[in-house]
Design a protein around this ligand. Sequence first.
Ligand code: HPA
Length: 302
Amino acid sequence: MPLGCPGSNRIEGIDADYMQQPRTGGCNTLTMSLDDPWELASADAELLRGRLGTPDAVVVLGSGWAEVGTSLGSVEAEMPMSDLVGVPPPTVLGHGSTASMVSAGDRRVLVMAGRVHLYEGHGAHTVVHGVRTAVLAGCRDVLLTNAAGSLRPEVGVGSAVVLEDQLNLTGASPLAGPPPPPEMGARFADMTDLYDPDLRAAALAADPRGVGGVYAGLLGGAFETPAEIRMLSGMGADVVGMSTVLEAIAARHLGARVFGVSLVTNLAAGLQDTLDHEEVLAAGAASAGHLGVLLQAVLGAG
Ligand code: HPA
């Protein structure tokens, strides 16, 4: 049987472990190489279109953004993200990892709830697999959301920071490794205006509380030290987090228009007393309303 057998194509383990395993027999027979991230994303794009239809935009929901995703429109179809061959199984990823097709005005929006992070031990290709699959499935606009710490005391909890640029400080790249097939983009993609100026302008016009800023993406695993925050400030960062930068590079490389927005869930280390994850989730729930308006404006401008 080909790809697309519901629930049958899970692969155990993470990254190198599962990418190496041969898959044969029954519904799990794969005809492409699991080692080739481009081929894997193409095959998953086909699988996704078969299950959910063809999307024209994708919204990736970060921590604290869950409620915003469901407010975008009516859900037409959904599937577990882990039914995609290149997405790690739910035991690793955590619960609530769903891909939904949402009808929002005249847009068919793929909402991906549940991200894969470098700090979970995954490689860069696995981290960007969902976004790559979405673009190859038809999404020309990629909207990346995240929770972040603010390095600017005047940009407080609940603010939306529309990303103007980024610092990829993860030490990883989704474009390192075997060259992409020529039809999938250049070997060295241009990262000027990575975050689309028109989409940024639409977002800032829709949310009077929104500000522009530079996102520093780190490997993560722990929050930063105050000394690291001082260093990031000197480098030009306005917000800091543990996601987004690799997905933005991968989406841009495939020719998508990229939009990014951070929900400030805390002031960065050294600028407030202590940091904890509960605080991040609570700030998201409290801000769902104005963030939904902002994303709708971006989708309307696409
Ligand atoms: N640092 C890194 N990641 C984060 C933070 C932070 O302060 N807040 C939410 N995600």
